[in-house]
Design a protein around this ligand. Structure first.
Ligand SMILES: Nc1ncnc2c1ncn2[C@@H]1O[C@H](COP(=O)(O)OP(=O)(O)OP(=O)(O)O)[C@@H](O)[C@H]1O
Ligand SMILES: [Mg+2]
Length: 460
């Protein structure tokens, strides 16, 4: 019976394939993730080539002769998304949008569909998990739609292929890849082989017909798209939609992008009318910052080409235990320990017997070394009970000798601070030449962390 079939075991987390069951996956070290799947022994078409393998003659093309049309990218009119994609949607690209349940993946993609449909593209939204009425309900929240957007509730990929070939849309949304199935694969939808084969088929459709396809992938508890790291190398672009359960904003981050930078982030806010772009994240992040308290300073971190200002808070207090407690929320714990050691040894501030809690307010996660100076000053401010004026911001990397090192794009950071009304910027001396003259802002150049501390003490 199983002549052309064989049984293999796949790790549901990372797609590791094995001929026998194992308790722990050698690939991702997860426990109890192996499941049995029956796969057909016949070889499936090669991934990503978009061409069926055959023995016919192939003719290479001269690179210079390939012509690109003017409007090679389609703008979604959602500025934050266009920037993350690298300037719009590339025809024929396959984009994976991953995210926690309920974060707003379907909402975002429906808004993209609406905008593209309004600008004259034919768009097909295929849902495997919601009924037409449910999609309509969401659409009611978002706004007016025109006749260019068509909906389909379907999970069979061969039917989907037929519909796409017949309707020839310029963009397709598949919500979600875990519900799709291919008849040739006997395992259940959502299993590794189904997800892999389904993506393979979609890749062929995308490349073969030049249609842009967005696929939604659910993230499991462990933080991977289910079945899914398998998908990351097959698709052109991987976007993750993340957010804090307790905050209304959502961040869209490119993890992989064949057509653009992966440094950019898009910030959105979930509203009654759908996802709204947050054009000025700094202002959003600094909302609710307390005035006139110690242990708080504004720092600046670059997210791609955009500077974002955040409030760094620190609380340093006497420890009641032998081993002091250190906590870092929103930034690297080890980095905070390192900076505290520098303050202890090079500046002579006694922190060894103190508990310290460092927090990036607003729920953002920042790991850029440029916030080092901000963290150090916040810790000193809390320890010595110094109030740093509200109009001061600081950025710079702090080295192990206590030196303040250069950071990239200092000019842009200063400009952002000025735009938001800050009048004093503490920054590395080495950035002097790249910043140049700026009117209306008091630039305090420092080479050593001690100089920055002296400055905030003097102004207290
Ligand atoms: N009327 C509303 N006002 C504000 N926010 C809403 C409203 N209705 C829904 N939401 C938000 O939209 C979210 C659901 O969005 P959506 O269905 O796009 O998420 P999803 O990522 O596709 O979820 P799933 O993983 O279930 O497919 C809800 O969690 C809620 O935060
Ligand atoms: Mg959804």
């Amino acid at each position: 019976m199983l002549k052309n079939k064989k049984i293999v075991y796949f790790c549901q987390e990372c797609g590791y394939e094995s001929s026998k069951w194992m308790g722990q996956c050698p690939g991702c070290r997860a426990w109890n993730t192996f499941v049995e799947e029956t796969v057909s022994a016949k070889k499936t078409s090669s991934v990503g080539s978009g061409l069926k393998s055959s023995s016919r003659r192939a003719e290479p093309v001269v690179l210079k002769d390939i012509r690109l049309s003017e409007d090679e990218r389609r703008l979604t009119k959602i500025g934050e998304l266009d920037r993350v994609l690298g300037g719009g949607v590339v025809p024929g690209s396959l984009v994976l949008v991953g995210g926690d349940p309920g974060i707003g993946k379907s909402t975002l993609l429906l808004q993209v569909c609406r905008n593209l449909a309004l600008s004259g593209n034919s768009v097909l939204y295929i849902s495997g998990e919601e009924s037409l009425r449910q999609i309509k309900l969401r659409a009611e929240r978002i706004g007016e739609f025109n006749e260019n957007l068509q909906l389909l509730c379907e999970t069979n990929l061969e039917t989907i292929r037929e519909v796409i070939e017949r309707k020839k849309p310029s963009m397709v949304v598949i919500d979600s890849i875990q519900t799709m199935f291919h008849e040739d694969i006997s395992s259940a939808p959502g299993s590794v082989s189904q997800v892999r084969e389904s993506t393979n088929v979609l890749m062929q459709i995308a490349k073969g017909q030049g249609v842009s396809i967005f696929i939604v992938g659910h993230v499991t508890k462990e933080g991977n798209v289910a079945g899914p790291r398998v998908l990351e190398h097959m698709v052109d672009t991987v976007l993750y939609f993340e957010g804090d359960r307790h905050a209304s904003y959502r961040i869209l981050r490119a993890v992989k992008n064949r057509f653009g930078s992966t440094n950019e982030i898009g910030v959105f806010e979930m509203r009654n009318t759908g996802l709204e772009e947050v054009k000025n994240p700094s202002e959003f992040m600094l909302n609710g910052k307390p005035n006139g308290t110690s242990g708080s300073i504004v720092a600046c971190s670059m997210e791609g080409t955009r500077p974002i200002l955040v409030e760094i808070q620190a609380l340093v207090c006497q420890s009641n235990f032998g081993i002091p407690r250190r906590t870092a929320v929103g930034t690297d714990f080890n980095r905070v320990n390192l900076l505290m050691a520098v303050l202890e040894k090079k500046v002579g501030i006694h922190l060894a017997a103190c508990d310290a809690y460092v927090n990036i307010a607003g729920g953002m996660k920042m790991t850029e070394p440029a916030i080092d100076l901000g963290i150090s000053l916040a810790v000193v401010s809390s320890c010595k009970d110094i109030i740093i004026p509200d109009s001061v911001i600081a950025f710079g990397e702090v080295g192990l000798s206590g030196e303040v090192r250069a950071v990239s794009m200092a000019g842009q950071r200063v400009a952002e601070a000025k735009k938001l009304g800050f009048d004093t910027v503490i920054l590395p001396e080495v950035c002097k030449s790249s910043v140049g003259k700026v009117t209306g802002v008091n630039l305090i150049y420092v080479s050593w962390i001690q100089e920055a501390i002296r400055f905030i003490m003097k102004n207290n």
